[in-house]
Design a protein around this ligand. Structure first.
Ligand code: 13P
Ligand code: SF4
Length: 377
């Protein structure tokens, strides 16, 4: 197995004197008071109807946005299901409450639709840490490798890839490529890449990016916390460091972790992913107790404290505003979009085939969880 580490890319470069994470935190909208909140929610419901728009949200965004998505016939889900749902929905306008790569994926899959986002500057440290020109040069140096990129990348990076994967299906796809004798060039998340490499034994060359939220979970402190709650199950997103993943009972995408919280026979869970997920976990498993895994967050030094600043930029006010004025449309250069779509389609076709195989009828059942979990540690 070859791993040739490349230099770590510093995503949090100061721009105009302010690091990009600080800039994002500064733009996180304040929480509206109850009366304004109620009025905004009412306005959003009406505007979604008037525009014939559907709201597609991620589990890390504000709980109100998640609830609105569900109650208005949209969806709240992980990246894979957000992509599939947006592509298959008949609405002409999709409003994506999440981060930029999610809006771009929706546009690439449905170029004829209007894709709006509450804030177009909601990015992701993995995306920032994998600039398209440097990535293309890296790929050019390794023409013998199949290029597999994580969803958390720009359209231009996806355009250079053979496959795009998300956390819920990356392991299955790399296992399949490995079985076909392929060597992999993986980007950008080093922790997810190492995890998949360790589970599949595939030959993977890893880009050294990371997620600022998950990178901050701490293995030693988690071990201590587990000692305090010996019966708790540990749920970990695979963007976390190896010494955190190693302590997991379940490693999986956000949807898979919520399913585990619901189905596992335990009353207490330690959760190593963005704390926005707790909103849905509490709804899915009422009566169970969820404890945040330790980050550097108890001191003032952490950049995320288990919450993504870019996900936090989505709020009720900017959501209502884009529905009203149609601003913040996500655009992808058509030539790049066409190339990127091949990599995304491959993943969606793989997922659909796997789901179809899993059903005795051979029919697709879109609402069913496709994969029971990425797996235990
Ligand atoms: P999921 O696909 O598991 O929802 O992950 C998206 C993400 O950005 C995690 O940080
Ligand atoms: Fe990116 Fe991490 Fe935020 Fe997910 S949580 S969008 S991986 S920075």
């Amino acid at each position: 197995m070859t791993t040739v580490p490349i230099k770590t890319y510093e995503y949090d470069r100061p721009q105009a004197g302010l690091a990009c994470t600080a800039e994002a935190w500064a733009r996180v909208p304040s929480a509206p008071e109850l009366a304004e909140r109620t009025e905004l929610k009412k306005r959003i419901r009406r505007l979604l109807k008037e525009r014939g728009a559907v709201l597609v949200a991620h589990y890390y965004v504000d709980g109100d946005l998640q609830d609105l998505a569900e109650e208005t016939g949209g969806c709240v889900s992980d990246s894979l299901e957000m992509a599939r749902f947006g592509r298959d929905h008949a609405a002409n306008t999709l409003v994506v409450a999440g981060v930029r790569f999610m809006g771009e994926t929706a546009k690439i899959l449905s170029p004829e639709k209007t894709i709006l986002m509450p804030d177009l500057d909601a990015t992701c440290s993995l995306d920032l840490g994998c600039p398209a020109d440097e990535f293309a040069a890296f790929c050019d140096q390794h023409p013998d490798r199949t290029v597999v990129v994580y969803a958390n990348t720009s359209a231009a990076v996806k355009a250079r890839a053979d496959w795009m994967v998300t956390s819920s299906i990356g392991l299955d796809i790399v296992a399949e490529l490995h079985a076909q004798g392929k060597k992999i060039l993986w980007a950008p998340d080093r922790h997810l890449g190492s995890y998949i490499q360790s589970k599949t034994g595939a030959d993977m060359l890893l880009w050294q990016g990371s997620c600022l939220v998950h990178d901050e979970f701490k293995g030693v402190e988690l071990d201590l916390l587990k000692a305090e709650y010996p019966l708790a199950k540990v749920l970990v997103h695979p963007e976390s460091p190896a010494n955190v993943v190693a302590q997991a009972d379940v490693v999986g995408s956000t949807t898979q972790l919520i399913n585990a919280a619901q189905t596992l026979d335990a009353t207490h869970f330690i959760v190593a992913t963005d704390n926005g997920i707790l909103h849905k976990m509490r709804m899915a498993a009422p009566g169970k107790t969820f404890i945040e895994a330790p980050t550097a967050g108890n001191s003032a030094t952490c950049k995320s404290c288990a919450h993504c600043p870019w996900m936090a930029m989505n709020g009720l006010r900017n959501l209502a505003a884009v529905l009203e004025n149609g601003n913040n449309e996500v655009l992808v250069e058509p030539e790049i979009g066409i190339k990127a779509k091949r990599a995304i389609d491959r993943m969606l076709d793989f997922a659909a085939a796997k789901r179809a195989k899993a059903l005795p009828s051979g029919k697709l059942e879109n609402n069913a969880p496709m994969f029971s979990g990425v797996g235990p540690a």
